[in-house]
Design a protein around this ligand. Structure first.
Ligand code: MIC
Ligand code: SF4
Length: 648
């Protein structure tokens, strides 16, 4: 295949493996990012590896998720993260500085480099032509220790863009259109590479919106070329020196190509409660709205908020609506102020919050009962807003502001001529909340400060020879990590305390799961989970693997798995198995006892399937889809055990 841009970047970072789709490859990681909700665990893991300083070109620790400080817990985590950053040579972005992906795009993204982040929306930096991938915390800890990142060589889908957007239609509508085509699992095992004349219609933050939402399609990553628009962005950030021109070639090839005529798109929305339940806004128009939020790593750039501000120069927010603004970064906020747009937001009747994730991860901003909330966020999984049931639609900033003014879901084209938005050639840059790494001699003296909520990482036992257990839960298709390990203001502060957070595992699917799991553990039995298609979609949170493992889950028998969750399961010694015959899903009931004989031997032998005996029901075959390295990890009980065995 004639290399495309993705191939070129992978090739220049390839450590091992062949670039054949589906084969395991390892790539060198240039940069890492963590955010606080996954970061505390990542750094606890990194500390156990025992090296003196990060071995990447650049690593950044952001605090953007857990910024509601209702007691000491989150504040203690922030202090721990700062001390770790200073001790190990890591940049630190203070709470209030903004969402990791937005700040990274502004201050650190470099075309052609690789970025691994402990957050599923890390591909956002693909808007600035990085090969950026989301991963579990332990994979990021390994990358910080200089180890390569292992993944299956993805297929590369060329997304050919042409034509021009019609007024009031934006990058978000294109992303929603692609979501309607790909659905939430169509991107699994793929990288979306954008090319074609339509690419020039999109600024770097708009490209970032598309790369960000590729995650909701299950894609490994998404990437745009680096061109004069990238140069203009870097220049505006006073980072011209980081520019490199990059693109595919005229004769580059792709595993698949899809073409989109931008001029054919119209305002779209994702209906409750999945990012791929896409409809035209006109189809939902007229439904009363109670809350509208513009924010999140998908749509909170300066252009997005300027557009809202411009519209509000002539309109007021409807009395029944709370229009909330969560600026993506301090830079966005400061530039809004300098352009007098902040004042338009305030005068128009908006409620402005601090820069960060906030309601996107259920840290406040929960909507009222039985009310529609429109959000420019990334995901609308059920209950993620903090209200259950909830009615969250995902929309563009244009649809957001139009609906906030009218009080009902509104196609923004009804507002007449769109506002003219001119972005400054140079942004005001304010790095006062970005703390650079300390020089090595000073860093060595830094004491790491742990609060009482920061629990040490437990040890994980190796896989037993025979595995006997009980299937404790059986779930449908598209179970998200929010179902497995919910987030929100009550649970997120426990991210650095595994014993405490484990009490909430599967809470919304079976409120009694924790108690039952303890009973099974006392009997020395393992726990099995049965799942449908695309099990574990959504976030990168490794707690969705770590906490079930802590409670004794050892196998997950599913129809198919989401990429990051699959890696997290393996990293913590949970064996992913797939139904050989999908009909067997119907055979298993909650409470069934299972036995897998000679499990260690089976895995060591490299066998591709194994037999599970189910008490009183006979047996079924399950497929094993693991590389040699992954088998070793499961046998060892966790990647950390394996790293110790291999004397990292
Ligand atoms: C999310 O959007 O679900 C999160 C919160 O950013 C997660 C990470 C986490 O659970 O901490 C993600 O997308 O990876
Ligand atoms: Fe934060 Fe939401 Fe983006 Fe996750 S998706 S990083 S919670 S803004």
């Amino acid at each position: 295949m004639k290399p495309n841009l993705t191939y070129k970047i992978i090739e220049s970072h390839l450590v091992s493996g062949k670039m054949i789709p589906g084969e395991e490859i390892a790539i060198k990681i240039d940069q890492t990012l963590t955010q606080d909700a996954t970061g505390t665990m990542t750094y606890l893991e990194f500390e156990t590896i025992g090296i003196k300083r990060v071995r990447t070109e650049l690593s950044v620790s952001y605090v953007d998720h857990n910024i509601l400080q209702t007691d000491f817990k989150n504040a203690d985590d922030h202090r721990y993260l700062l001390s770790v950053a200073q001790r190990y040579g890591i940049w630190f972005s203070k709470p209030g500085n903004g969402i990791c992906h937005q700040v990274h795009l502004e201050r650190f993204a470099i075309p052609g480099k690789t970025l691994l982040g402990s957050d599923s929306h890390t591909p956002t930096a693909g808007g600035c032509s990085m090969l950026a991938i989301g991963a579990g915390g332990l994979d990021v800890a390994m990358a910080m220790a200089g180890k390569p990142f292992y993944l299956k060589m993805p297929k590369v889908v060329g997304v050919y863009l042409y034509g021009k957007f019609k007024p009031w239609v934006s990058a978000r509508d294109l992303a929603l259109y692609l979501l309607s085509k790909f659905t939430v699992k169509g991107g699994v095992g793929k990288i979306l590479e954008y090319f074609g004349p339509g690419v020039k219609e999109l600024s770097v933050p708009e490209r970032a919106t598309l790369c960000n939402l590729g995650t909701e399609m299950g894609a490994t990553s998404s990437i745009f070329p680096s061109d004069e628009i990238t140069l203009a962005w870097l220049r505006a950030q006073e980072r011209e020196k980081d520019f490199v021109e990059l693109s595919s070639d005229e004769d580059s090839q792709y595993d698949e190509i899809i073409e989109v005529d931008l001029s054919k798109l119209e305002p779209l929305c994702a209906c409750p409660s999945s990012p791929d339940k896409v409809k035209k806004v006109v189809e939902e128009a007229g439904k009363p709205v109670s809350q509208v939020i513009v924010g999140s790593c998908a749509n909170s750039s300066l252009k997005d908020l300027l557009m809202v501000a411009k519209v509000l120069e002539k309109h007021r927010v409807h009395p029944q609506v709370s229009l909330e603004i969560n600026p993506g970064s301090l830079q966005v906020l400061e530039n809004l102020v300098a352009l007098s747009a902040f004042q338009s937001l305030l005068r128009g009747g908006t409620r402005v919050h601090q820069c960060g994730c906030l309601g996107c991860i259920g840290m406040g901003q929960a909507p009222p009962t039985n009310a529609i909330s429109l959000r420019t966020f990334t995901r609308n999984f059920p209950g993620r807003s903090g209200t259950n049931p909830d009615f969250v639609y995902l929309i563009s900033p244009e649809t957001a502001v139009a609906s906030a003014i009218r009080g009902v879901i509104t196609d923004p084209r009804e507002l007449g001529d769109p506002p003219q938005i001119k972005l400054p050639e140079k942004f005001i840059i304010n790095d006062s909340m970005l703390i650079p790494p300390l020089p090595e001699d000073e860093a060595q003296k830094v004491e790491i400060i742990r609060g009482p909520n920061i629990a040490p990482l437990p040890s994980f036992d190796p896989l037993p020879q025979d595995l006997e257990g009980i299937f404790l839960l059986k779930v449908e298709d598209h179970i998200t990590t929010d179902h497995i390990m919910p987030a929100g203001a009550e649970i997120l502060p426990l991210r650095s305390n595994l014993p405490a957070i484990s009490k909430y595992v599967y809470k919304n699917l079976d409120p009694d799961f924790f108690r039952k799991a303890l009973e099974i553990k006392e009997k020395n039995l393992a726990i099995g989970i049965v799942g449908g298609e695309n099990y574990g979609q959504g976030s990168s949170r490794e707690h969705a693997a770590l906490a079930p493992r802590f409670l004794g889950v050892r196998i997950k028998l599913v129809k198919s798995l989401a990429r990051i969750h699959r890696s997290n399961l393996i990293n913590f010694g949970i064996l992913p198995l797939f139904f050989e015959n999908k009909e067997d899903y119907n055979k298993i009931e909650v409470g069934d006892k299972f036995l897998i004989r000679n499990l260690r031997k089976v895995l060591e032998s490299g066998a591709k399937k194994l037999e599970i005996t189910i008490e009183k029901k006979g047996s079924l075959w399950a497929l094993i889809d693991l590389t040699e390295r992954e088998r070793a990890c499961i046998l060892a009980g966790s990647l950390l055990n394996l790293a110790k065995e291999e004397n990292l």
